[in-house]
Design a protein around this ligand. Sequence first.
Ligand SMILES: Cc1cc2nc3c(=O)[nH]c(=O)nc-3n(C[C@H](O)[C@H](O)[C@H](O)COP(=O)(O)OP(=O)(O)OC[C@H]3O[C@@H](n4cnc5c(N)ncnc54)[C@H](O)[C@@H]3O)c2cc1C
Ligand code: SF4
Length: 463
Amino acid sequence: MTVSNDLGGMEEGGFDLDTATAEAGRCLLCEDPPCSKGCPAKTDPGAFIRKLRFRNITGAIRTVKENNILGGACGVLCPTARLCEKDCNAKWVDRPIRIGKVQRFLMEHAWATGFKVFGGKVFEKPARRPGKVAVVGAGPAGLSCAAELAKHGHRVTVFEARPEPGGVLRYGVPAFRFETAFLKKELEDLKDLGVELKCSSPVAEKGAAERLLADGYDAVFLATGLWNPERLPGTRKEPGGLFTSMDFLAALRQGRRKELAKSFKGKACAVLGGGSVAIDCARVALRLGSRDVYLLYRRSCSQMPAEEDEKNQALREGVHFILLSQPVGYVADARGRLAGVRLVRTRLGAEDSSGRRKPVELKGSEWTLEVSAAVEAIGYKPVDGSQDWYPSVAVRQGGLIRADEDDCRTSAKGIFAGGDIIRGPDLVVRAVQDGKTAAGSILQYLGEKATTRPGERCLARKP
Ligand SMILES: Cc1cc2nc3c(=O)[nH]c(=O)nc-3n(C[C@H](O)[C@H](O)[C@H](O)COP(=O)(O)OP(=O)(O)OC[C@H]3O[C@@H](n4cnc5c(N)ncnc54)[C@H](O)[C@@H]3O)c2cc1C
Ligand code: SF4
């Protein structure tokens, strides 16, 4: 398969009106739609597909956007085969409805026809209510929480450390899967809601979250995500040509393609890891012109955390999978440039705590794969020292914030949290879900605060 070397725009096209309505036309109009139960963010595909089937396009768009401020992003990026489409009853007749594609179409159609969901005639502008909320982080969780609160008339300010909003959607996912222009359209709806976005404004000093409360915000939502890459243990000196997935993907999204291509074009390279991020890095390396791209994973193919369609796509494009092989270190040449990855062969042993069979290293099996560039994509964790930004908030081992997924309350009064910073690496749609859940809890908290006399306790989880 020939791989395009265009890294600027989305390679997979969306549906047009005829295809989308034909797809919705296959819907069985289930009484208690399993597709709607399968969406963590409660976007309600059962409702919007039914509306589209009866040509109520406006109603369908409104359902998506009302329920999910990032309906377009989720339509493009959600692993729908294991969410809404998994239990779709149409599979018993033919195949599941392509819900993600229909959802994406509805958003693109809204933009193409100038249909304004918010700030137009569809939703009344909410009456201004007292209560000012600070959201820390403009990724999917923060944006979703901000939208919900703004819809209820509260004043919301989103503080974002980076120059542009979007979180991983802006600085992680490669543009050939999700382009910046698409994200910008999605963000316009947020601005129409009156949300204030303050970029290049990190909330990252000691006690900064508590200070927001002291400065007059009634509640704070922490949605800072995971921006610290896990590293291969034991690497003492970084050879030239070795990247973390975060630096690699962010550099690309910041337009530094030429600089990256110097390390990859015409060369053999390795990507360490078996998740979706590793697959993204491998596919980018191909598009940068690498001669051979090796994906190195310590377990078997069926145990790789990447989605099935992602693995198949990478294989079709020509990525070589080297499985049951544990990277243990790097080899550098005399100039300090990467010359190879040291690997040890593994076999699968007993199940570990995750329920997957553990890789056991085979003695004496070490070998070196000669490559001149490598990308480590072996996980993400909270930024070192980030607990100092919110010292009153209890954290779990590894630095994730302790908050229940069903209410997003933390141990600190008035401070809520959601998205990857409470779950570990997860999905866009779950971050959107947390944003909505947190907004619900914040609304409740603001109501309690308004009726609580000074000195009385408001609801907060104990540490
Ligand atoms: C390469 C890659 C590809 C992915 N592909 C998919 C996919 O196809 N489908 C899918 O569903 N999921 C995918 N994911 C996962 C998904 O992107 C995340 O689960 C999701 O973005 C988490 O959202 P979040 O809002 O919790 O955090 P983030 O998206 O990480 O956003 C957090 C935001 O907080 C900001 N921030 C951090 N610290 C501070 C601070 N102190 N002050 C102010 N702002 C701060 C950050 O700059 C960032 O903008 C992918 C992840 C990666 C890394
Ligand atoms: S489960 Fe499938 S067939 Fe049933 S309502 Fe949802 S999209 Fe239609």
